[in-house]
Design a protein around this ligand. Structure first.
Ligand SMILES: C[S@@+](CC[C@H](N)C(=O)[O-])C[C@H]1O[C@@H](n2cnc3c(N)ncnc32)[C@H](O)[C@@H]1O
Length: 495
C-alpha cells in the first residue's frame, strides 16, 4: 500500500519595505516585530532601518526569518563609525556578532535583554536589584583572551594555503581568522605557523597535515588550542602553551616538522593531542592522548598572588583582565570572615575555593572533571593552603553523599559561591543548599536566563535576591556574566 505523505506547505515570502529593528536574537542578529511575529534579520542590528524579504515560521515555529539581500536604508546610531570598526570579521565568523556595535551600546543591550528583562519577566524588581555593569576596560578590549581554539581549512587547489579560523555561526564552514583581535599577538603568530603546516604539499610530497574532514573521516588536523597564563609577579608575560589536535598519532617526521615550525615562537609548552573519535569535543581525552614536545602539559597562571596550574582540558575564565574583577565582586558580596565555613560549587581548578580559603576558616570545592580536581589539589599544595578540600563528582550527587556530610559536619558551612556552567543548577541543588541553612549564597552565572530560573527557586526556599551585578567577560559576544547575592530570610526559628 502506498504510504500517505503529508504535504508541508512552506509559508510564502513576504516583503518588508522599510522597518526599524528593535531587538536582538540569541545569534546577535537584529529582530523586528511584523504582523505580531518576531522576525530575525541577519546582518541588521537594532536601530537599523532595513528592507528585506522574510518568511513566516513553519507551523509550531516562533520566529520568522529574513532571506536574501538585507538592504540597510539607515544605519543604527548604535553602530560604530564603520560596521567593521571593531573586527573585519564581525558578524561573519560566528564569534562576535555584536562587534559591529559601539561598545557602550553593546553593553546596554546585553545588560537589558539578557538580564534585566529576564529578571523583570520573572517578577523581580530589576531596576532596584541591578547595578551598572562592570565593563571591559578600554585599554584591554583587544588581546584579552587567554585561550583560543581554532579550526582548520585549506584554500582551494592547486596551491591552497592552510588556514585556521572559527566556524561561521550554525555551520561547520571555517572563516579564516588567525588574527582574531580578541587573542593576543603571539596567538596570531602561532595560528599562522600552525596554518602553514597545512599548506598543500608540493607534488610528490606526503600530505602530513591535511585538515580533518568530519564527513569523510579523512585528514589529520582537527584544531589548534592555545593558552596563556597571567604573568607571575615580576614577569613581563605569562606562560604560553600550544596544542595541535590531530586525528591520529603523527609520524616522527611530522612531529619534527611541528617542532621546527614553532621553534621561532617564544613558547614554554608545545604538544600534540590525538583525538580519533568523531564529535565536537576539542581534545581527545583518552589516557595518554596528549604528547608533550616541549615543556609540560600544563601552564601556570596567577590570581591575587596565588599560583594555579591549568591543564589544556580544564576550565579557566578566558578573560584575563576581567577575571580578578569578577571574583572581587563575588567575594565582596559574600562577605566571608575567618569564622565562616565556605562552600564552592563547580570549583574547576580551585580558583574560587582557594581564594575563599584565604578568607574563611575552611573551604570545600566540588567539581565533576577529575583532572580539574587533580589540578585544584596541586594548587592548594603549591600555595601552602591547608584549610581547603575538594570532592570530585556531580554537585547534585556529592551534596547527598556521606563524604559531603562528613565535610559539612567538620566545616559548618555558612556561605557559598556557586559558579555553574551555562545550564545553571541541576535540579535539587538549590534545595540541598537551603537545607544546609547557608546565610549567604553568591551565584556567578554565565547563563543569565538559567540564573533567573534558579533565583525563583531560591526565593521559594526563603532566600531573597538582594543584588545583581553584571560583569562583561565577553566583549563582542551576546553573553554577560551575572553575579547575584541571595540572603537567607529570617524565618521564625531564626528570630
Ligand atoms: C563556569 S565553570 C567555573 C569553574 C570555576 N569556578 C572557575 O571560576 O574557574 C563551571 C565548572 O563546573 C563544572 N561542572 C559542570 N557540571 C558539573 C556538575 N554537574 N557537577 C560539578 N561540576 C560541574 C565544569 O567542569 C566547570 O569546571
Amino acid at each position: 500500500m502506498a504510504k500517505k505523505t503529508r504535504e508541508v506547505r512552506v509559508p510564502a515570502l513576504r516583503r518588508a519595505d522599510d522597518v526599524r529593528l528593535s531587538g536582538l536574537a540569541p545569534t546577535g542578529a537584529g529582530t523586528v516585530e511584523i504582523e505580531g511575529l518576531e522576525v530575525v534579520v541577519p546582518g541588521a542590528l537594532p536601530g537599523d532601518r532595513a528592507a528585506f524579504d522574510w518568511r513566516p515560521p513553519m507551523p509550531g515555529g516562533r520566529r520568522g526569518l529574513a532571506e536574501g539581500e538585507v538592504r540597510i536604508l539607515e544605519k543604527s546610531p548604535l553602530r560604530g563609525a564603520s560596521p567593521l570598526e571593531r573586527c573585519a570579521k564581525a558578524g561573519r565568523c560566528g564569534g562576535c556578532p555584536m562587534a559591529c556595535l559601539r561598545y557602550d551600546a553593546e553593553i546596554e543591550l546585553k545588560w537589558r535583554q539578557l538580564l534585566k528583562d529576564e529578571l523583570a519577566a520573572a517578577g523581580f524588581d530589576a531596576d532596584a536589584l541591578c547595578t551598572e555593569p562592570l565593563q571591559q576596560p578600554e585599554a584591554a578590549r583587544t588581546g584579552f583572551r587567554n585561550k583560543a581554539v581554532l579550526y582548520p581549512c585549506r584554500e582551494s587547489a592547486p596551491n591552497g594555503r592552510g588556514r585556521f579560523g572559527f566556524f561561521r555561526a550554525g555551520t561547520h564552514e571555517v572563516v579564516p581568522a588567525e588574527d582574531c583581535p580578541l587573542a593576543p599577538a603571539w596567538m596570531h603568530e602561532a595560528a599562522r605557523i600552525g596554518a602553514s603546516l597545512m599548506d598543500t604539499p608540493a607534488a610528490g610530497e606526503e600530505d602530513l597535515f591535511a585538515p580533518y574532514d568530519e564527513s569523510s573521516g579523512t585528514g589529520s588536523v582537527r584544531a589548534l588550542l592555545m593558552r596563556e597564563g597571567a604573568p607571575a609577579a615580576g614577569a613581563t608575560r605569562g606562560e604560553r602553551l600550544v596544542t595541535l589536535v590531530l586525528r591520529e598519532r603523527p609520524s616522527e617526521a611530522a612531529v619534527a616538522r611541528i617542532r621546527s615550525a614553532f621553534a621561532a615562537l617564544p613558547l614554554e609548552h608545545l604538544s600534540f593531542n590525538v583525538h580519533p573519535n568523531p564529535g565536537n569535543a576539542v581534545l581527545g581525552f583518552e589516557e595518554g592522548a596528549t604528547h608533550v614536545i616541549e615543556g609540560r602539559e600544563a601552564i601556570e597562571t596567577t590570581l591575587e598572588g596565588l599560583s594555579f596550574e591549568v591543564r589544556p582540558e580544564t576550565f579557566l575564565q578566558v578573560n584575563t583582565p576581567q577575571t580578578p574583577r569578577l571574583y572581587e565582586r563575588a567575594f565582596s558580596l559574600l562577605e566571608l570572615s575567618p569564622e565562616d565555613g565556605f562552600l564552592d560549587l563547580y570549583s574547576g581548578i580551585g580558583t574560587i575555593t582557594l581564594l575563599g580559603a584565604k578568607r574563611a576558616r575552611r573551604a570545600l570545592g566540588i567539581e565533576i572533571v577529575a583532572p580539574s580536581v587533580a589540578c585544584a589539589e596541586v594548587n592548594a599544595r603549591r600555595n601552602g593552603i591547608q584549610n581547603a578540600r575538594f570532592l570530585c563528582g556531580p554537585v547534585e550527587s556529592v551534596l547527598a553523599s556521606d563524604a559531603f556530610r562528613a565535610e559539612a559536619a567538620a566545616s559548618r558551612f555558612t556561605k557559598a559561591i556557586v559558579d555553574p556552567a551555562y545550564k545553571g543548577l541541576a535540579s535539587g541543588v538549590a534545595q540541598a543548599l537551603a537545607a544546609i541553612g547557608l546565610e549567604r549564597i553568591v551565584y556567578v552565572a554565565c547563563g543569565p536566563k538559567n540564573f533567573v530560573r534558579d533565583a525563583k527557586c531560591f526565593a521559594a526556599l526563603g532566600y531573597r535576591l538582594v543584588r545583581v551585578e553584571a560583569v562583561d567577560l565577553f566583549p563582542g559576544a551576546l553573553h554577560i556574566e551575572a553575579v547575584g547575592l541571595f540572603v537567607k530570610e529570617a524565618g521564625e526559628s531564626d528570630t
